[in-house]
Design a protein around this ligand. Structure first.
Ligand code: GDP
Length: 288
């Protein structure tokens, strides 16, 4: 798992190696440069440097202790509720459909029955794309035609899951509509109808964020968090960016747990996020 994560952070580490060339120790100035390159926000870097011991040489164990303080939003405990309903949100292109496929595949490999709900009825392409994944991964899916009510799809998917005793329902949603107001009312309605189909549903509202946007993704996440109260985020495309340090600001500013990270386009390229592993990988990148 750690090696897989390190591979995903390769671009971030390549910058570290470049900066470290010819230097024997990690000084505070060098650390500052590395973290800036990795898109850790300036404010957080200043804090990290402030909380390190006064010596100019940075020690791995000190840095680990200081960095850990930024990831206090723990991954929620696995729910006992069956079916477990996850509503997945995010702007177009963030990697939402791919992440849904990866998640469904991950659960399926853990012997859980998954059904997908194609609630992005705004784009015909979105329905088709999800259907393709469902076919490829041999998953059940509830879908209707473009322009149909997405809440009805959510209701049908949950009803089917209840009747046929599925373990999980993953619902796709539209990333954009004609305007923000329409999107807000559509998402609000989907959440309301989910609760009608099953009390407490959706159990998790997850935002998919494009990791290549680094810190810029935070504004987007805030907007979604205002529309529906989010429970966690998935950060995608960490393999395609040197901004592997943006996770600090995402965790700190959003006060939300990072649930999974995407490290490639393949269906297996999804990792359950672990703070310890992420920091271990990052520190190895910095010190080794
Ligand atoms: P959506 O519009 O949010 O549903 O986005 P898609 O799931 O269609 O993904 C948009 C593009 O990003 C596709 O080309 C995906 O293959 C790619 N993508 C998604 N996740 C990852 C990832 O973790 N790493 C990389 N390298 N590409 C990804």
């Amino acid at each position: 798992m750690l090696d897989f994560l390190k591979k995903g952070l390769q671009k971030t580490f390549a910058n570290f190696s470049e900066l470290k060339k010819g230097k024997e120790k990690i000084s505070k100035d060098l650390l500052e440069e590395m973290l800036l390159e990795a898109d850790v926000s300036y404010e957080i870097i200043e804090e990290i440097l402030y909380y390190l011991p006064p010596s100019d040489e940075v020690k791995k164990e000190d840095l680990l202790r200081v960095m850990k303080a930024y990831f206090i939003y723990d991954t929620p405990k696995a729910s006992e509720e069956k079916p477990f309903i996850q509503l997945v949100l995010g702007v177009n292109g963030a990697g939402k459909t791919t992440s849904i496929a990866k998640l469904a595949n991950f659960y399926k490999q853990n012997n859980q029955n998954v059904i997908l709900g194609a609630c992005d009825t705004f784009r015909a392409g979105a329905i088709e794309q999800l259907k393709l994944w469902a076919k490829k991964l041999e998953l059940d899916i509830v879908a209707s035609a473009q322009g149909h009510d997405p809440s009805a799809v959510a209701y049908d998917a949950i009803s089917k899951a209840l009747a046929k005793k599925y373990d999980r329902v993953i619902l796709d949603t539209a990333g954009r509509l004609q305007n923000q107001k329409n999107l807000a009312s559509e998402l609000e309605k989907i959440v309301r109808i989910c609760a009608k189909a099953m009390p407490n549903a959706p159990h998790q509202k997850i935002l998919v964020l494009d990791g290549t946007q680094g810190n810029a993704g935070i504004l987007q996440a805030r907007a979604f968090n205002e529309l529906v109260k989010l429970d966690g985020v998935i950060i995608t495309k960490l393999d395609g960016t040197a901004k592997g340090g943006a996770l600090f600001s995402i965790a700190k500013e959003l006060e939300l747990p990072i649930l999974y990270i995407g490290v490639g386009e393949g269906v297996e390229d999804l990792l359950e996020f672990s703070v310890d592993e992420y920091l271990q990988a990052l520190l190895e990148g910095i010190f080794e």
